[in-house]
Design a protein around this ligand. Structure first.
Ligand code: GAP
Length: 453
């Protein structure tokens, strides 16, 4: 079997995402809108499983982190104080020949001359700053006084609410505030499927600490985040940690790591882990005139905490999960002839559907009734898919292709027709190895829950 090239692999992934209902182009029936995507029935499950697992690990399994859910629109003063209104820009270049709008860093240079990557033209404008925030107006008047922006990151809501959350949670340093939510950036050149989108979700933690703990916690969070990616099934050798060099780091950051993943289209950032010092809180304290200081009861001192921020993209991680899971192998068809099998090898805890339940024959009432009973038995514990259509081998393949880790087949042995010792047992098939074992129906829920949680 020939191994698909990286671009063929990416094409297959994009096509599978549409065909099986993971990801669709937004507004597709009207020709779409560049950089915007909709998640279909399976994509939404995968995304939800990722967010739930992040929340579990970052909030529920710790006693030093609390959550919040901020609004997308905030007072414009937030974006002035944070620096986004003045500096959240990308350098943009126009090609005068084909009218393409390009990010300056995407311009190619051939034989010493700058060229448009779209048409090869050399008639390019000088780079100019383009603010990535989407502007909007709040209320009925559309003038300067009603301007604000769709948030370009979730983090600022956490800084703006720092004092309220501190007061109600009564946490002592170091402690964190976590948030998952939408962010919007008017990217000049959205590309690589969902990788660079104009609307996306972030999972961000702002972990507040004393200045002297910042560097140590930066290392700690980098390691924690690497562990997280391992626990969702991303191979360690496809993850890389880039130490962002001084000249590329935000001026207020004392250290930033990018966690990168080897996508089929190249090595790209999944998450940033940054030590942002006390920059954000001090900016908001200055601009709002409200104290955002922390009072240390032991030393009786007041000071602005520093912060370490692991900031991950939901959509990029979903894309990495799909790229990592996509595989093709050889498996026998109904007649024993080898065929190519497409499998999404998701970690069971991330898989959109956990278990397929199949009666061997759809026209046998007893088999169908038993299979439906088993699906109902499992439904309180996991997302189950009942399928009675087509040959059993085809039904397995359909579930393999969407990454369902387990398949349960109800056959005549389940009904006790062949061997009474096998009554009320089923065949449990594992997706990756395709191995099958006989399991008692009463043991199914415990056995599966242990593997998906
Ligand atoms: N609060 C810090 C912050 O927003 P960032 O590096 O600009 O930092 C964090 O963004 C993460 O958000 C990125 O690592 C990436 O996963 C995700 N992200 C940023 N821009 C994105 C885009 N246009 N499309 C999809 N995900 C994006």
């Amino acid at each position: 079997m020939s191994v698909p090239s990286d671009s063929q692999r990416m094409e297959k992934i994009v096509s599978l995402c549409k065909r099986r209902g993971f990801i669709f182009q937004s507004s597709e029936i009207y020709g779409g809108l560049n950089g915007l995507w909709d998640y279909g029935p399976l994509g939404v499950e995968l995304k939800r499983n990722l967010k739930n697992y992040w929340w579990r690990v970052m909030v529920h399994e710790r006693d030093d982190v609390v959550g919040m859910d901020g609004s997308i629109l905030m007072n414009r003063a937030v974006w002035k104080a944070s620096g986004h209104e003045d500096t959240f820009t990308d350098p943009m270049v126009d090609c005068r020949s084909c009218k393409a709008r390009l990010r300056a860093d995407q311009i190619v240079e051939k034989k010493g001359a700058k060229q448009c990557p779209v048409c090869g033209g050399k008639d390019l404008t000088e780079p100019r700053s383009f603010n990535l925030m989407f502007k909007t107006y709040v209320g009925a008047t559309e003038d300067e006084s009603s301007v604000t922006y769709l948030r370009p990151e979730t983090a600022q809501a956490i800084f703006a609410q720092f004092k309220n959350v501190l007061d109600v949670s009564r946490k002592k340093l170091p402690f964190g505030i976590a948030q998952i939510g939408k962010a919007f950036r008017n990217e000049i050149n959205p590309r690589n499927f969902t990788f660079r989108s104009r609307e996306f979700e972030q999972m961000e933690l702002e972990y507040f600490c004393r200045a002297e703990e910042g560097i140590k916690l930066l290392e700690y969070w980098k390691e924690e985040r690497l562990k997280f990616y391992g626990n969702i099934g991303i191979a360690r050798d496809k993850l890389h940690v880039l130490t962002v060099p001084d000249e590329e780091r935000a001026f207020y950051s004392k250290g930033t790591y990018d966690i990168e993943y080897d996508f089929p289209f190249g090595r790209q950032e999944l998450e940033g882990v940054a030590y942002r010092t006390d920059y954000d809180l001090s900016q908001h304290q200055k601009a709002s005139g409200k104290s955002l200081e922390y009072f240390d009861e032991e030393t009786k001192q007041k000071f602005l905490p520093h912060v370490v921020e692991p900031s991950a993209g939901v959509d990029r991680t979903v894309l990495a999960l799909i790229c990592e899971a996509y595989s093709e192998d050889q498996a026998p068809d109904e007649k024993g002839k080898m065929e190519t099998r497409v499998v999404l090898r998701f970690h069971p805890r991330l898989a959109p559907i956990k278990c397929g339940v199949f009666p061997l024959l759809k026209n046998n009432e007893q088999l169908v009734a038993k299979a439906k009973q088993i699906a109902d038995l499992l439904r309180p514990h996991m997302f189950v898919f009942y399928d009675e259509g087509g040959a059993i081998g085809r039904r397995y393949r359909r579930q393999d292709e969407i990454g369902t880790p387990f398949g349960i087949t109800v056959d005549f042995e389940t009904l006790g027709e062949k061997d009474s010792a096998l009554c009320d047992t089923v065949t449990l098939r594992e997706r990756d190895s395709m191995k099958q074992e006989r399991v008692a129906i009463k043991d199914l829920a415990n056995l599966l829950v242990a593997q998906i949680s």
